[in-house]
Design a protein around this ligand. Structure first.
Ligand SMILES: [Zn+2]
Length: 403
């Protein structure tokens, strides 16, 4: 398989593996993002208070089309918002900033909600009739406000909420306490990677013997943020029978399109856990009837095709596949894929604080373009006509130029 050698050993890397900063190309046609050692202000990004205000504006100007609801609270007590638009029977659930330093997704969601809520165009009307779009922007708002990956929660607080965990041999493996992780100090304000706290068993109750766990084991729903998303997912299952599509919006480090020195704009993926219908995925056999990898591949292709249709020289080119053959059941994507949702990962280049403002608009637009590819493909059913085999023709990601 193309790129298999190249990506060997990569599976140990976490999603959004920006911990390893590769050297920059100097002559990429797509342009350097920034000096990786420079930390930019995040003032240009929508902060939590601004997001709440914007969501309220979108709701009030939507003539009842957009419904805003507080569906949970973060560990520090911030409201977690859901915005819902459309009345169709196909459900698209989308979240942003599960890692709080990965902000393009929130901007894209707000723009899409604005359009779907206020536009009277036949296209927008058709989308509202065919799908129900459910968005959880800044689902990890404490991390967003700290502009960091992990939430703001101590192991002691976890044990307080789940006293049975006092007997765990060690805290969860995804508990950050280091003084320097992605340029952030967790020693005084520890936290968890919420995107390893999901479990395909949506009714799982934390047990001490399941700790500390590791990346190839499910998470535990010990954080209020993952619990909120789980509860939204379950309520949509109850209402619609299933959640057709789940999209998770992230950022990654700076990587290259395989075989070139072109910097990747955005990587996509449909692949987070081994297929339960295969030997490698046998441990997930109980989920095999629901799992639909082909549909996930078709949805990723819809995003890819929308971006490619803008032309080879468009700034939205250089789209690759994220690392494949992963086994990450503790991610939201892995858990929801096992529950039968078509799943799509977006990984935009660079963390929010290493993105110059010049690239911000371009990268947000790339996310929006890909998302409209999915929304339109689900709305008119064309996504189901795509050949899943074409997914494997999307270029791979390389960790250095010209590999
Ligand atoms: Zn991420």
């Amino acid at each position: 398989m193309k790129g298999k050698k190249l990506l060997a050993g990569v599976s140990a890397l976490a999603l959004c593996a920006s911990l390893a900063a590769p050297a920059l190309a100097t002559n990429s046609p797509n342009g350097n993002l920034t000096n990786p050692n420079q930390v930019y202000s995040i003032q240009g990004w929508t902060n939590y208070a601004e997001m709440v205000m914007k969501l309220q504006q979108i709701e009030s100007s939507s003539q009842g089309r957009v419904a805003l609801e507080v569906v949970g609270k973060s560990n520090q007590g911030r409201d977690i918002y859901q915005a819902r638009v459309g009345t169709g029977d196909k459900v698209i659930l989308i979240e942003s900033e599960i890692h709080g330093n990965e902000k393009t997704g929130t901007e894209a969601i707000l723009n899409i909600l604005q359009y779907l809520g206020s536009s009277n165009s036949p296209e927008a009307k058709k989308i509202r009739e065919e799908i129900t779009f459910v968005a959880l922007p800044k689902m990890n708002p404490d991390a967003s406000e700290l502009d960091r990956r992990g939430n703001d929660m101590s192991w002691a607080e976890v044990v307080q909420a789940f006293p049975q965990l006092a007997h765990a041999s060690r805290p969860a493996w995804n508990y950050y306490t280091s003084s320097n992780m992605q340029q952030r100090d967790y020693s005084q304000r520890p936290g968890f990677d919420v995107n390893r706290d999901f479990n395909p068993d949506l009714n799982y109750v934390p047990k001490a013997s399941d700790f500390p766990g590791d990346s190839s084991k499910p998470g535990w729903f010990i954080t209020p943020e993952s619990q909120t998303v789980r509860d939204v997912y379950k309520s949509l299952q109850a209402e619609f029978g299933k959640v057709d599509v789940f999209i998770d919006l992230h950022h990654q480090g700076q990587y290259y399109v395989e075989g070139t020195d072109d910097l990747v704009t955005l990587s996509l993926s449909a692949d987070f856990v081994p297929d339960p219908n295969t030997e490698r995925g046998a441990k997930y056999a109980e989920y095999k009837d629901n799992f639909n990898l082909d549909y996930s591949k078709q949805l990723n292709l819809a995003a890819y095709n929308a971006l490619q249709s803008l032309g080879e020289n468009s700034p939205f080119n250089n789209i690759t596949l994220y690392s494949q053959n992963l086994d990450l059941p503790g991610t939201a994507l892995g858990s929801f894929a096992l529950n039968g949702s078509g799943t799509i990962l977006f990984e935009v280049r660079g963390q929010s604080h290493t993105l110059g403002q010049k690239k911000k608009g371009q990268l947000v637009k790339a996310v929006e373009t890909g998302l409209y590819g999915i929304i339109n493909g689900v709305t008119d059913g064309s996504v189901e006509q795509l050949d899943p085999a074409d997914y494997n023709k999307i270029p791979n990601t390389a960790y250095a130029p010209s590999l």
